[in-house]
Design a protein around this ligand. Structure first.
Ligand code: BES
Ligand code: MN
Ligand code: ZN
Length: 523
């Protein structure tokens, strides 16, 4: 959907773009490439560094304008800090920072010279160059497909001039801003190979962001399902269950959420089997909440800020992005991603508070608050996923509760699980990727709070521990399957800008789960 930046790799001796950035480590002198550039410029770089007291500290930067002997009109020298301690994600963050610095200089093309090595325990220089490119790719993203007026202003036109084809082409280029980045490093072929898999992951992250940012009028359940279907191009098998099939399958809880909307529900089942083994191994399963818009239904939400509920499909976006990532990098894993797609609307056909519905599992649910709809969707999709696929584990992702934001803010997603091993694996993946999760409790006491007088369970707990009673509700639908629930209400959207994300929709979770799969579920 949104345009991506074109990233390529080249050797150190080809630096021709108008803006260049040189990444150097903390210390008294430049590396080989830096010394080389400094010599070419007759010492302009080292003079500037001395004048500015530049030491190469993390994210410190100087700008040398029109350096003699160098093709670039502007050369940024950017510090990487203590490189021996830097981890993968630190390099990605630095790549994002560098891209931000370059993009401010308004140019179409730029080059980055990676003049650092990994240190003894660190990554190779090739892997560093790839991570820098990955961070740049993520940072470059912005959701501007609907900004026609601002784009015209940026082009200096009033919108009614009949431009020539050449003018239009130039305007389109300017509109995109930076469109091409060349990363220079010692062994470009190796860096390119390392970037190959990161590019797949990055595409998955950006797909998830696109889906979260897209408004609900253009992204209903049917349109979202069509986006999922597009993964077939990557070799994913995508099955779309329509409302008739969902009824036949007995997904009464999910359908109860959808019934107030003009737009019918869908469930997308995305299967990727990248294993080579003859016997198909048990899959791992990811399930996403895909409420394309959450008005609250009859228990309607207050008007203020309701527009944010276009992002209530952040879990489904994450699962779709993850499937894209795994297929694009041809992961050696058997994985099924399922997303429950509905719109929660109030209307004459909407579910009422007090209604009792029969879920896919057979358990009856008393709907006391139609705004606690996400758990109804997940209950049915998880129960179906477990019945049909007998997975090794299920991870569900959902923008499930405001309460998780009260507990953890926008820094951490909440993690609830019945499996200590999975908790440890996810915590480790979280440290590696910087997508942070914090374990929250499951407890009989919370489970008791959702007992209902009139049905097997009710969809509302008490006044307190809203995120925990929501998790307790989900637990009733997973039997003994190893299961993790991730509440990403705080992190999937509006989670604040940083070096690798400047967008409202963050694409949070794709990197985390890709990492979980890489480290523990690929042979
Ligand atoms: N989608 C919301 C949770 C949410 C709120 C996500 C804000 C992102 C930002 C969810 O469906 C919801 O409405 N939850 C209610 C549950 C309550 C009625 C038990 C909530 O958290 O208030
Ligand atoms: Mn709700
Ligand atoms: Zn919701």
């Amino acid at each position: 959907m949104t345009d991506r930046i074109d990233i390529t790799f080249a050797a150190l001796d080809k630096r021709t773009e108008p803006v260049a950035a040189l990444i150097v480590a903390d210390g008294p002198s430049f590396g080989d490439a830096g010394r080389d550039l400094d010599e070419q410029s007759g010492g302009a770089l080292s003079n500037a560094a001395t004048a500015a007291d530049f030491k190469g500290r993390m994210k410190s930067a100087i700008e040398v304008l029109a350096p003699p002997g160098i093709a670039a009109k502007r050369l940024l020298v950017i510090g990487a800090g203590q490189t021996a301690e830097a981890k993968e994600n630190d390099w990605a963050l630095l790549g994002g920072y560098v891209l931000g610095q370059i993009a401010q200089r308004k140019c179409e093309q730029a080059s980055v010279v990676v003049d650092v090595d990994g240190g003894e325990e660190g990554l190779t220089a090739d892997a560093i160059a790839a991570e820098v490119a990955f961070g740049a790719m993520l940072r470059h993203y912005s959701f501007r497909k609907y900004l026609t007026r601002r784009n015209d202003e940026a082009n200096g036109r009033n919108g009614d001039a009949a431009d020539s084809a050449a003018q239009q082409k130039r305007a389109a280029q300017r509109r995109e801003g930076l469109s091409k980045l060349v990363v220079h490093c010692a062994r470009p072929e190796k860096a390119k190979a390392a970037f190959q898999r990161l590019r797949g992951i990055g595409e998955g992250v950006l797909l998830a962001r696109d889906l979260v940012n897209e408004p609900a009028n253009t992204l209903g359940p049917v349109e979202f399902a069509a986006e999922a279907k597009k993964l077939e191009k990557l070799g994913v098998d995508v099955e779309i269950l329509d409302d008739k099939e969902l009824k036949k399958l007995g997904m009464g809880a999910l359908l109860a959420v959808a019934q107030g909307s003009e737009r019918p529900a869908r469930v997308a089942v995305m299967t990727w089997n990248g294993t080579k083994s003859k016997k198909v191994p048990q899959p791992v399963c990811f399930v996403g909440k895909g409420v394309v818009f959450d008005t609250g239904g009859i228990s309607i939400k207050p008007a203020s800020g309701m527009e944010d509920m276009k992002g209530d499909m952040g879990g489904a976006a994450c699962v779709t992005g993850l499937m894209h990532a795994l297929a694009a990098r041809k992961a050696n894993v058997h994985v099924v991603g399922l997303i429950g797609l509905v719109e929660n609307m109030p209307s004459g056909s909407a579910t009422r508070p007090g209604d009792i519905v029969v879920s896919h599992s057979g358990q009856t649910i008393e709907v006391l608050n139609t705004d606690a709809e996400g758990r109804l969707v997940l209950a049915d999709v998880m129960s179906y996923a477990i019945d049909r696929f007998k997975p090794r584990f299920v991870v569900d992702l959902a923008t499930l509760t405001g309460a998780i934001m009260v507990a953890l803010g926008k820094e951490y997603a909440g993690m609830f699980t019945n499996d200590d091993g999975l908790a440890a694996q996810l915590t480790e993946a979280s440290r590696a990727t910087g997508e942070k999760v914090w374990r929250m409790p499951l407890d009989k006491a919370y489970d008791k709070m959702i007992d209902s007088k009139n049905a097997d369970v009710k969809n509302l707990g008490g006044r307190w521990a809203g995120a925990c009673t929501a998790a307790a509700f989900l637990q009733r639908f997973v039997k003994d399957t190893p299961w993790v629930h991730i509440d990403l209400a705080g992190t999937a959207m509006d989670s604040g800008r940083n070096d690798i994300n400047q967008s409202w929709g963050s694409g949070w979770g794709v990197r985390l789960l890709d990492r979980l799969v890489t480290d523990h579920y690929e042979k």
